[in-house]
Design a protein around this ligand. Structure first.
Ligand SMILES: O=P(O)(O)OC[C@@H](O)[C@@H](O)c1c[nH]c2ccccc12
Length: 274
């Protein structure tokens, strides 16, 4: 069993418990009543007209307490306060881990963050059931994560369509050339390359430079994981990232606001004009 299988088994168990208290019908009704989703595609620099793009490297800043690879990262008593710091530093999107067992997150964290910022919020979880997509919307999420390695082609397509129907965007996460092809075939508009292999947890930042050229420029391209320094940010920017997704380096820093701002500057300077 891979780490990913193991995490998903826990996610399914927790999902079963939530379904027992709130039915699919009830969560669908709550999703329909939620305030409209914010436009994450635009916030990440996506445009229908390619030449209308600007050249800023954008930052998706993550609220992350712990991880299966590193264990405890930070206390984060007030996710809302941290998210507001990220926004003040210039973050374009806030990512909130809602997986409880391995990442220490919750839907309460998502609620708190969504209420504290004006920018779009990503519900970061292991999506394996449509219930979670309605649930994300009911809790105000503007984006959901769809991990290609965890889904077959049919589910990926169905979940992506449902996400769009609910007015949200999906960050479609890949790790291999084959997964990028599957993401494109499903119609993904925001594609992440996670340089961490979710089956082994190994991190190899050079993965991004190898895979990014396979993604057409109409898509928003996101480099995920492994950012420890402005040098790494510059490398992702130079390799064609429109945005980076950063967790650990921000939650562990004494001044997350300034760090977000530094990353934006370093990445934008390195980004090729295209
Ligand atoms: O803390 P890092 O190395 O900056 O990584 C952030 C983010 O990419 C990582 O949390 C992540 C990427 N894909 C995921 C899928 C599930 C859970 C977590 C993740």
């Amino acid at each position: 069993m891979t780490v990913l299988d193991d995490i998903i088994a826990g996610v399914r168990e927790d999902l079963g418990a939530r379904r027992a208290t709130t039915s699919l019908e009830a969560i669908k009704a709550a999703a329909a009543e939620a305030a409209p989703a914010r436009d994450a595609f635009a916030a990440l620099g996506g445009r229908d007209q390619q030449d209308a793009r600007d050249h800023t490297l954008r930052v998706i800043s993550e609220v992350k307490r712990k991880s299966p690879s590193k264990g405890a990262l930070a206390e984060i008593a007030e996710p809302a306060v941290l998210a507001a710091e990220y926004e003040a530093g210039g973050a374009s999107v806030i990512s909130v881990l809602t997986e409880a067992r391995r990442f220490g997150g919750s839907l309460a964290d998502l609620d708190a963050v969504r209420a504290a910022v004006q920018i779009p919020v990503l519900r970061k979880d292991f999506t394996v059931d449509e219930y979670q997509i309605y649930e994300a919307r009911a809790h105000g999420a503007d984006l959901v994560l769809l991990i290609v390695a965890a889904l077959d082609d049919q589910l990926l397509k169905t979940f992506l369509e449902l996400t769009h129907q609910l007015g949200m965007n999906a960050l479609v996460e890949t790790h291999t050339e084959e997964e990028i092809q599957r993401a494109l075939k499903a119609g993904a508009k925001i594609i992440g390359v996670n340089v961490r292999n979710l089956k082994t947890l190994d991190v190899d930042p050079s993965t991004f430079g190898k895979l990014a050229p396979l993604i057409p420029a109409e898509a928003v391209i996101i480099a995920e994981s492994g950012v420890e320094s402005t040098e790494q940010v510059a490398q992702y920017g130079a390799a064609g990232a429109d945005a980076i997704l950063v967790g650990e380096a921000l939650v562990k820093h004494a001044n997350p606001r300034a760090t977000v701002a530094e990353f934006i500057t370093a990445g934008t300077e390195a980004k090729p004009q295209r």
